[in-house]
Design a protein. Structure first.
Length: 268
């Protein structure tokens, strides 16, 4: 059964919503036609994070069904940023080939992803850490596949990039890690190889820090006004351990964690 998430679109005024609708049409055309733009027209760019999330909702729902959420933070104590993740026709398992459809950047990031086994709906009393852990059915090594409507997302307007699904273009997952709760993420290391060449090696290299469950707890509570709650079968990926790496057509990518295991994908 395909994992399907649901989001509650951010509410804006009629004028702001119309601006973000027009911006979403431009981003969607750029992605679907694989014809990237340098930036959105200045009058259509989000002015606030709220507008960026509203733009993101419109782009995400156009690519529905949805498979879950990506969430991360630039520092251990920073407020997380998050994005809905379309299912993109299904998340590939380790070893599968990635079709050329909608592929231009072929960007990859090594991540750790969790899958929920029960709903975490919005409620007045915040979900506790223990309840969130109990709702997680499995944890996996993952590769977030990066794509963008922008020629160079690093040079595009930051809020516009957030609106463009924060570069999400899919998620590839490896086998479940049986003992994930006992792993010290402060000691976890990862290596990313592209075509057999090592592109990244690092230990404790997630900018959000060692406590990835903080991100999921935040998403279940503070994020629930926008997500409409988390659902069983949702995938939640928790930020990059490797930064952005780019692959060539025909190359194989491997992200290998010391304890979480490895995941590979091959680009057509």
């Amino acid at each position: 059964m395909a994992a399907v998430a649901s989001s509650h679109p951010t509410v804006l005024s009629g004028l702001e919503s119309n601006r973000m609708h027009r911006a979403a049409e431009i981003l969607l055309r750029a992605r679907r036609e694989v014809a990237p733009i340098h930036d959105l027209p200045e009058d259509l760019r989000p002015h606030t994070l709220e507008e960026a999330y509203a733009l993101q909702d419109k782009v995400g729902m156009a690519f529905a069904p949805l498979g879950g959420w990506k969430v991360g933070a630039p520092a251990p104590n920073a407020t997380p940023l998050f994005s809905v993740m379309p299912l993109w026709g299904g998340y590939p398992r380790s070893g599968q080939r990635i079709s050329r459809d909608l592929r231009r950047l072929r960007g990859v990031e090594a991540e750790i992803a969790f899958r929920l086994g029960k709903d975490l709906p919005p409620r007045r009393q915040p979900w506790t850490r223990e309840e969130v852990v109990a709702a997680i059915v499995s944890a996996h090594p993952a590769i977030e596949l990066l794509e963008s409507a922008f020629v160079d997302p690093d040079k595009a307007d930051r809020l516009s990039v957030i609106g463009d699904l924060q570069m999400n273009g899919g998620l590839a997952v490896g086998p479940a890690c049986a003992n994930w709760q006992s792993i010290d993420l402060g000691q976890e290391s990862v290596t990313v190889e592209v075509g057999g060449e090592t592109r990244f090696q690092g230990t404790a290299s997630n900018s959000a820090g060692h406590d990835l469950l903080r991100l999921i707890l935040w998403l279940a509570n503070e994020g629930s006004g926008r997500t409409g709650g988390l659902r069983a079968h949702d995938w939640i990926t928790t930020g990059s351990w490797s930064g952005k790496t780019f692959a060539l057509p025909g190359s194989t990518v491997r992200a290998g964690f010391a304890h979480f295991g490895s995941v590979t994908v091959a680009f057509e």
